[in-house]
Structure formats: structure tokens, C-alpha cells
Design a protein around this ligand. Structure first.
Ligand code: HEM
Length: 464
């Protein structure tokens, strides 16, 4: 087959009846269903989402690169991604075309290294606030405390994000309500996508209206913080160095104008959502893996002791702690929070002989590529050494894409890696982390890949 004129290859198709029969299983946990389809039919397969919506599912790195990078102009996000805008607004994550590009150009500089370095202290403060009560409780209880790690990491990552955006601490009740509203709407949205046949009933039973009200409440909470900031500044308060200030200070290159309050609200809400749940899930899986693999935890601790001695890490220390980064990279391979991404063909196209007619919905199955035995030796094994400098990567481009790829790659990837590295190091400086329950927590793939069941671990104080 020549690269210039590849033969047209008919795409394997999961029969519609099989798609429909599996739609309930797919709604519960799509990962085993998708794996089974791809194992049976090949790396790219066509199926019916919920037995209704035709879709092309792929774990082929080449095709993923084609839609995300090489020919990205032809592949905007699909209605699956845009639909969430109903609950989140039109921010970077949900917008498209020239509006997206203008916003990306405006916001990208806000994530430069100096800002990240400036946010490090704030992150360390939040981590300290999360760990200190646990250390105190462990000390009272003879040296250890039981932790449900997904809850702890969600609260920590949410606080890090909320403080990075808004600086001033929100009340605990507001934080919790905000997190709850985001979770409720996300779960509802995913249900409407995976079980489209339920939509008429959800409409009739007032579920859509209810969730619209929750979205209004969420926006109200965020708006309150924006207005508070504007009032403080009008009264001459100094400007904090946080992401909200970055959004308020940003000026469009062509007009010199700032964003409207609605735009700032949309972008702030998107940062909160995109930035906390992804990291929270990655960190939860990280603790599960390290508790399962104490030798790996010991290796991270040895590295941090050698580099930091007894002190906390600063931003400048992080590059000197490569093994902690490898542990994160391997966690993101095994449990990529953004486990699937969707795009839709705007015009007729083809890839390596595979016709991709206008309107084709394509799901880039990141989890599938990260677990493909053809690409990864013993793909289910937790082996941070894979990402070592001395271990040349053998995978093709786009075999590993926890932060996506192409122009819509995650804007917060450095932010996330910094935050996660700090959580990892600060926790291991204080605690040994032990597994309480041998069972795998299971997967709950919503928009992000959560653990299905609680992950209960024992945090044992290292000193005192
Ligand atoms: C482990 C943590 C994270 C993971 C795995 C992750 C993953 C991703 C992925 C895969 C995309 C691309 C989605 C697509 O192309 O369809 C994305 C986009 C995005 N992420 Fe992240 N993310 C993480 C953390 C963060 C953080 C901390 C922030 C904010 C501080 C953030 C903000 C965003 C935004 C705004 C976008 C949309 C960018 C655009 O379309 O221009 N993410 N993220």
C-alpha cells in the first residue's frame, strides 16, 4: 500500500444490535466494552453509541495524531464536548474556531513559568492544610490514620485550583457546594450522552430544568467571587498574583480591551472544572499504585531525601527529582484522567485509506492506546522506569497523550504536573502509605476516569 494512494479499507463495524445490547454495560463502564470491541475488530472500529449514534472508536496513535494535530482544522470537538457548555459556559474547553483561538492566545501567556513558580507557595500551603490534620490525627492514634484517598485528593486538588484562581479562601461550605454542583451536572450530562434514548423522559421529568438550575447556582457562586475582586480593587486593594487576576488583566491584542464579566466567568469556571477533577483522579490513582508498590514509593522517598534533606520542595527543585515525575507519568499512562476525546469531521477526509466522511464522529480512546500491548511491554504493569531518560521511548507519537495533543493540548499541563509532584513529595515526606484492601477499586469513566469504589489507605507517620 503506497502512502500516496492507499487502498480503501472497509472499516470493521460492531453490529448495531450488539451495540444496542451492550449500551447499558457501556453506560455503566465503557472501558471493558470498548476494549472487547477493539480486541475483536482491530484498532479502529465503527459502532453505535448507546445503540443510536454512529461513532468511530480508535486507539490507533496515527489516526489520533491525524485528527488532533496533522489535520486538526478539519476536526473540531463534537457535540459530545460542546453539550457540556450548557452547564459550564463557553470557555476554552468548550469553544471552537476563531473564538477559541482568540481566547487561547489571550490566556496562554497566563500559564508561563513565572506564574507557575509564583503559585507554588500557594499550592504548598493548601497541601499543608490537607496533610496537617491527618498528621495530627495520626499522632493521636498511635501513628496512623485511615484515609479515603479519592475524597482527600478531590478536596486538595479543588482547593489548589480554587485558590489558584481566586486566592482568597472560600468557606468550606462554598467549596463543597461548588464541587458538588460540578459533580452532579457532570454525572447527569454523561448520562444524557451515553443513554440518548432516555432524553425524552429526562425532559418530561424536569431533570434538564433541575440541572440547569444547578448550573445557574454554580455560576452565581463564581460570579460572586469575581465581583468581590472587582470591588476590592476599586477600593484600592493590591492585585493578587492569581489566575482570576490574570483573566481580568488580559487584553486582546487587536483592541486592547479586556474580557467582559461573562467571559471571565466562563473561563474561570472552565479552569476550576478542567483543573481539579483531572488532577484529583490522577492523584488518587497515584496513591493506589504507590500503596500497591511500596518499593516505588521508597525510591521516590530516597530521591527526595537525597535532594531535599528535610525541607519542602520549591519550584526550582522539581527538575532535580526526576523519579517522582516518572511515577506521575506512569500513573497518567495507566489511568489517564482524560481517557477519551471526541472530534467530528467537518469535511470529507481519509486517513491511510480509511474514509472519514463529513460528520464522522471520532472518539480518540486514549486509555486504549496507553494499554496497547503492541506499544507497551506488559502494559498493565506499573513501571515508572519506562519514562527514565536512559530508557529510549519506542512508542510512536501519540501513543502517550495524557494531556491530549495538537493546538488544543491541555493549557494546564505544567500546572498539573507541578501540583501533583508537590502533593506526591510533601505526602511522602510525612507518611508511609499502605493498602488496606487488596481489591482493585474499579473504574468509573465519566468525563474523567475516576475510581469506582473508595480507595482506603493507611497513612502512617514517618516521624513522631
Ligand atoms: C492531570 C491533570 C490534567 C489532565 C490529565 C488534563 C488533560 C487535558 C486534556 C487531554 C485536554 C485536551 C482535551 C481535548 O483536546 O479534547 C485538556 C484541555 C484543557 N485543560 Fe487540562 N488536564 C489536566 C489538568 C488541567 C489543569 C490543572 C488545568 C488548569 C489549570 C487544565 C485546563 C485545561 C483547559 C482550559 C483545557 C482546554 C484547552 C483548549 O481547548 O484550548 N487542565 N486537558
Amino acid at each position: 500500500m503506497s502512502a500516496a494512494s492507499p487502498a480503501i479499507t472497509p472499516l470493521p463495524r460492531v453490529p448495531r444490535l450488539v451495540s444496542f445490547r451492550n449500551s447499558v454495560a457501556l453506560a455503566g463502564n465503557p472501558i471493558p466494552v470498548m476494549n472487547a470491541y477493539l480486541d475483536a475488530y482491530g484498532d479502529t472500529v465503527s459502532l453505535y453509541l448507546g445503540g443510536v449514534r454512529p461513532m468511530l472508536l480508535t486507539r490507533d496513535p496515527g489516526l489520533m495524531q491525524h485528527i488532533l494535530q496533522r489535520n486538526h482544522r478539519n476536526y473540531p470537538k463534537s457535540e459530545l464536548s460542546h453539550g457540556i457548555a450548557r452547564y459550564l459556559g463557553q470557555g476554552l474547553l468548550t469553544s471552537e474556531g476563531s473564538y477559541w483561538l482568540q481566547q487561547r492566545r489571550l490566556i496562554q501567556p497566563g500559564f508561563h513559568r513565572q506564574r507557575l513558580a509564583a503559585l507554588t507557595d500557594l499550592m504548598l500551603g493548601v497541601i499543608e492544610e490537607s496533610l496537617e490534620p491527618l498528621a495530627a490525627q495520626a499522632a493521636r492514634q498511635g501513628g496512623s490514620v485511615t484515609v479515603e484517598v479519592h475524597e482527600l485528593m478531590t478536596a486538595t486538588a479543588f482547593r489548589i485550583m480554587a485558590r489558584s484562581v481566586f486566592s482568597t479562601s472560600m468557606s468550606e461550605a462554598e467549596l463543597q457546594r461548588l464541587a458538588e454542583l460540578l459533580t452532579l451536572n457532570q454525572a447527569f450530562y454523561v448520562r444524557t450522552v451515553r443513554q440518548p434514548y432516555l432524553r425524552p423522559w429526562l425532559q418530561l421529568s424536569g431533570q434538564y430544568r433541575h440541572h440547569d438550575r444547578l448550573a445557574t447556582e454554580m455560576r452565581g457562586l463564581v460570579r460572586h467571587y469575581i465581583q468581590q475582586r472587582q470591588q476590592a480593587q476599586a477600593a484600592g486593594a493590591p492585585a493578587p498574583n492569581d489566575l482570576l487576576q490574570m483573566l481580568l488583566d488580559a487584553r486582546y491584542e487587536d483592541t486592547g480591551e479586556p474580557m467582559t464579566e461573562e467571559q471571565v466567568l466562563d473561563e474561570a469556571a472552565i479552569l476550576l472544572v478542567a483543573g481539579h477533577e483531572t488532577s484529583a483522579n490522577a492523584l488518587s490513582w497515584l496513591w493506589y499504585l504507590l500503596a500497591r508498590h511500596p518499593a516505588e514509593a521508597a525510591r521516590v522517598r530516597a530521591e527526595l531525601q537525597a535532594v531535599l534533606g528535610d525541607r519542602s520542595p520549591g519550584f526550582a527543585d522539581l527538575p532535580a527529582l526526576p523519579y517522582s515525575m516518572q511515577v506521575l507519568q506512569e500513573t497518567l499512562r495507566l489511568y489517564p484522567p482524560a481517557w477519551i476525546m471526541d472530534r467530528v469531521a467537518q469535511h470529507d477526509d481519509d486517513y491511510n485509506g480509511l474514509p472519514l466522511p463529513k460528520g464522522t464522529l471520532i472518539s480518540a480512546y486514549v486509555y486504549g492506546a496507553h494499554h496497547l500491548p503492541r506499544l507497551w511491554e506488559e502494559p498493565e504493569a506499573f513501571r515508572p522506569a519506562r519514562f527514565g531518560k536512559d530508557n529510549p521511548r519506542e512508542q510512536p507519537a501519540y501513543a502517550y497523550l495524557p494531556f491530549g495533543g495538537g493546538p488544543r493540548q491541555c493549557i494546564g499541563n505544567q500546572f498539573a504536573l507541578t501540583e501533583m509532584q508537590l502533593v506526591l513529595l510533601e505526602t511522602l515526606r510525612r507518611f508511609d502509605v499502605e493498602l488496606l484492601d487488596d481489591a482493585h477499586p474499579g473504574l468509573r469513566p465519566l468525563i474523567t476516569l475516576r475510581p469506582r469504589n473508595p480507595i482506603r489507605l493507611r497513612f502512617r507517620l514517618l516521624r513522631g
